[in-house]
Every structure is written in C-alpha cells, then in structure tokens.
Design a protein around this ligand. Structure first.
Ligand code: PHB
Length: 390
C-alpha cells in the first residue's frame, strides 16, 4: 500500500483543530480504530482504497477527530464469511478497539454485524451492501457510509426498463452481495414491464466465466445485467468483450463493474452504462478538492471505495466532534452521526433512521478511463430498510 504523503495545508488545519478541541479530549488516550477489510484476494484493492480514503480525511484534520488522536489496528478478512466471527473478535477482544471500520463483502459483513450487535462496538460499514445490516439487523451502534445492495440495483432496473429492454439474463456470484444486487434490479425492472429470462451464478470468487458467456450468447437476451467487482469485474468485462458480446448484447450493472477497474479493462469496458452513488465529472466542489488531495497523497485517482472510506471518517468525526472526543457519551455521539449532513465527494448525503446513506444514484457511461456522469438515475434514494425496528 502506498504511504500517505504530507501536503501543504495540513499544519494549518491541525492548528485550527487544536483550538477547536474541547478540554475532554486533552490528554485522552488514543481512540482505537480497527480496519476489518480484505487486503488479499479479488477485493484487495477495495480494502486498500477504503483505508486510504479514511486516513486522508483524518490527515486533513491534523491526525485527530474530535480532538482525539487515532491508533489503527487491522485484520485481513480475506472476504471469507467463515472467518468473520474470529476476525472481528481479534479486533474487539485482542486489540480492544473502540470503533470498527469494516467491511467489503456482504457475507462477511453479516457475520461481523451479528458480533458487534452483541458487543455494542461502534461499527461503520464502508462498503458491504448487505441489506440486513441497515434492515433486519439494524442497531444503534451500526452505521453505513456506502450503500445498500438494493440502492444501485433498484436504480438500474428502472434505467433498463426505460431503455426498452424486455428480456434480460442476469449473471453474478452466488453469495448475498450478488443475490441482493439481482433482487433489487428485478424489483424495478419487472415493475417497468421487463422480464428476467435466466439467472446465472458461479461461486464467489471464481472467474471461470466461459461456459456462462456461451450460455448468454445462446439465450440471446435483449441485455445482460451483472454484478461483479474488483478483480472479478476486470476479468468478466474483458471476457465478455473477447467473446464479441459487447457488440451484440448490451451489458449493464451497478457501477462496481467499472469503478477502480477501467485501466485494467481498457477498451473492453468502452461505453458500458452503470448506476452508482459516485461518478466522474460531478460538479461537486468537495469532489474537486478530494480528488486533488487524494491523488497528491496516493499518486493514483480515487474511486468509489476511497470515497466511502473518506466518508466513514467524516461520519465518525461528526460524532466525535459533537461530544468533544468523549467517546463515553455514546447516545449523543450516535445522535450526532444520525443528524449529520455529510459533505461527501459524491454530493451531500443524509443518514436514514436505519443508518444508511440517503443519496443520489447516478447513471454513468464509460468514456476512456472515466465513468462519466450521464444523469441522476434516482434522486435522494433511501433504502426501504425492510425489517428494521429501532
Ligand atoms: C458486497 O459484497 O456487498 C460488495 C462487494 C463489492 C462491491 C460491492 C458490494 O464492490
């Protein structure tokens, strides 16, 4: 992972923060933050970019949130749900962290949420979209800075129906993330008059797509809807184009298909349309500043994962500032996060009662190495938070 470099202005920001710091934070021990993220496997880049984004925001605040210095711990969760309980307990019991920032994979997040619901550890989910985390499993101490799987998927179903596609094949990994991304899509696509003629899956994180791509070609749908991300998304988009299907059967999906992946996908991704809560070419002032400082710090452009990490730090910061770093004041701290308007590079978002972002979902189109914004596919979209009683 690239190291964060120091940039001009941070000293000035630190000075301002020092003045704003309340008495409670003076001399307080460092707040322990545990990253539970994938640092290996198909989602490794996602985990790294989340951590980078988080640390960028903290560095911009002079290394402190609410006057408290932070100390970091990390666990590579390997995107393996079977290890989720052990891994989250390493942070809670061994490292005794105050806050968990995790994770990426929906199955791992569900296992993690079960543990932190019991332990009461403040947890901010910086990617994994598993609906239940801000639905049936919602809890006062669990927040999300990213999205629910339902959000970008539901937005895409409407887009594809409006574009006149009638018969669609879906293809994804057979795990909670993939299944929910397909369910959300179907909900709006069928409402719009579309029909899903076939659902194809393969086990996470395998990338032997060939037989399934052959099946798509034989089925001849109007379009294909897919969820893949990270290394798997790179390979799927390349294989789809290599089979020539990008010329005959349009491919759509949530924007994870093309975010942070375009350099590796090259021409095979050209023209792909996706839906996501972030895009290139937004006219959001915060986005310009964020991109400049992220690129300066890490020598690479940010992606949606970096934004979600940055915003997880903003959410934690909003809570800590309200209690002047006094982490014991949990009720006030959580209330402040709930009430926050997060000035995100994606555009300002608010936080729903179930603790999920209420946010615009953009329609984007790949142009060169950019996911250029085309329009707002869904304005201030809130997850239905099915099953959440809090
Ligand atoms: C998920 O499993 O929830 C997930 C993983 C990677 C993404 C998006 C969602 O890019």
């Amino acid at each position: 992972m690239k190291q964060l470099s120091v940039w001009a202005g941070s000293a000035a920001i630190a000075a301002v923060c020092a003045v704003a710091t309340g008495a409670q934070a003076q001399g307080a021990p460092k707040l322990k933050v545990g990253f539970m993220l994938p640092y290996s496997g198909t989602y490794a880049a996602l985990g790294n970019n989340i951590e980078n984004g988080f640390k960028l925001y903290v560095a911009e605040r002079g290394g402190k949130l609410g006057g408290r210095e932070l100390e970091y711990f990390k666990v590579d969760d390997e995107s393996d749900p079977a290890k989720a309980t052990d891994n989250v307990n390493k942070l809670i019991k061994r490292d005794q962290v105050d806050v968990i920032i995790g994770t990426v994979h929906s199955g791992v997040a569900a296992g993690m949420a079960r543990v932190v619901k019991d332990s009461g550890t403040l947890t901010i989910v910086p990617n994994a979209g598993v609906n239940a985390v801000t639905g049936a499993m919602c809890a006062p101490n669990i927040f999300r800075s990213s999205f629910s799987n339902w959000q970008p998927a539901y937005a895409m179903g409407s887009v594809m129906a409006e574009r006149g596609h009638k018969k669609v094949v879906t293809i994804t990994w057979g795990y909670a993330g993939g299944a929910e991304m397909v369910d959300g899509f179907k909900e709006s696509f069928t409402k719009g008059g579309g029909q899903v003629v076939k659902d194809l899956t393969l086990p996470f994180p395998t990338v032997e797509f060939q037989a399934l791509i052959t099946e798509i070609a034989a089925t001849k749908p109007d379009a294909v809807y897919t969820f893949f991300a990270g290394g798997g998304a790179v390979k799927f988009v390349k294989d789809y184009a290599a089979a020539g299907l990008n010329k005959t059967i349009p491919l759509y999906g949530p924007g994870f298909l093309t975010d942070g992946t375009l350099e590796a996908q090259g021409a095979s991704a050209s023209g792909l349309m996706t839906t996501l809560h972030y895009a290139d070419g937004l006219t959001v002032p915060k986005d310009r500043a964020f991109r400049t400082s992220y690129t300066a710090a890490y020598k690479a452009p940010p992606d949606v994962y970096a934004v979600q990490g940055y915003d997880a730090a903003q959410m934690l910061g909003a809570g800590l500032e309200a209690v002047k770093g006094d982490f014991g004041k949990k009720k006030e701290l959580y209330a402040a996060i709930e009430a926050a308007r997060i000035d995100s590079p994606r555009g300002v978002f608010t936080i729903s009662k179930s603790h999920n972002p209420v946010q615009d979902i953009y329609l984007r189109k790949v142009d060169g190495n950019e996911n250029k914004v085309v329009s707002v596919a869904a304005k201030a979209l809130a997850d239905p938070a099915r099953g959440c009683s809090m």
